[in-house]
Design a protein around this ligand. Sequence first.
Ligand SMILES: NC(=O)CC[C@H](N)C(=O)O
Length: 380
Amino acid sequence: MSEEKGGPAILVLEDGRVFHGHSYGATGETFGEAVFNTGMTGYQETFTDPSYHRQIVVMTAPHIGNTGVNDEDTESERIWAAGCVVREPARAFSNWRAERSLEEEMRSQGVVGIALKGTRALTRHLRDRGAMRAAVSTVETDPQKLLARILEQPTMAGSDLTSEVSTDRAYEVAPPEGVQARFHVVALDLGIKAMTPHRLAERGCRVTVLPASSTAEDVLALDPDGVFFSNGPGDPATADGPVATMRGVLEAGKPLFGICFGNQILGRALGLDTYKLTFGHHGINQPVRDTRSGRVAITGQNHGFAVDAPIDRPFDTDHGRAEVSHIGLNDQVVEGLRLLDRPVISVQFHPEAAAGPHDAAALFDEFVDLMSAQPAPAAR
Ligand SMILES: NC(=O)CC[C@H](N)C(=O)O
């Protein structure tokens, strides 16, 4: 079970800063936006979250790989993180559910990583200068040559990535045995995490997951009781297709719930703008305040963009009055939206909690309540 230290590897940032370390996972080269994640647990869920597509994830927790990986906690069929940066890989993994080591998993999937002592310096650099393009290489030894190629890569701002991660065919997630299907939810897969339809299914929803390219007509043709817009990678400002779909769903008056990218799509569908945060929120220890109840929840988050909306008062939108439902307490960023006269809610954080605390799980109940409050099908 113990792993040998890998050969030399370098991490280069687009501003020219270079970090030296050892290869961890597959050898080779990878490019992406460097972001740091402050989660102390949940590396498997993090690396398999499709929202991390094209991002090199720096784990601030100093010891990664301790519990190996298993076949149950993946949030999608593969590791989507473009690269993994760790301080000290576990030399041995130990957990009763573990199937293999994280490093074995990265190697078999061709995911390049680096183990380096300076993850703290790297994190502070990204916090001060912002998330930026980067590369990890075990083959190129000249940082200047790597830097030249980093500068040729697309930036995250302006990247339209949903079609690269979305399912290409519809599929269903049924309630578990013993739970009756009371509602039919259509979920638009913009990079959906596996836990999300599961959270709906365990509350009595039959979930039909549709490709990101689905139109409002496709969604409404399935006669859903409610519609869900998922998390996903890339810049929400590019997601014109999902925004048009969302507008059609809003016009039909269907109960609607969005998470993360879904919250940003709702913002845009309401006529609000989105913008890039400096270094984003990536971790499972992010406090948010519910603006109605005043209650604070600790949440899992993974976003580099945010919705621009007034946080202190309700406002008019293209689809009626709205308000900010949740505010991030670290930096006052919009963490949720709610329409005041329609059954529509969304959050920027991750109530499905994979990884993360379960503080905000009641949001799934709130969505189910919004569907329950609709007139019965016969009366519609
Ligand atoms: N997890 C997500 O859905 C992320 C949304 C978007 N890609 C962002 O970075 O803000």
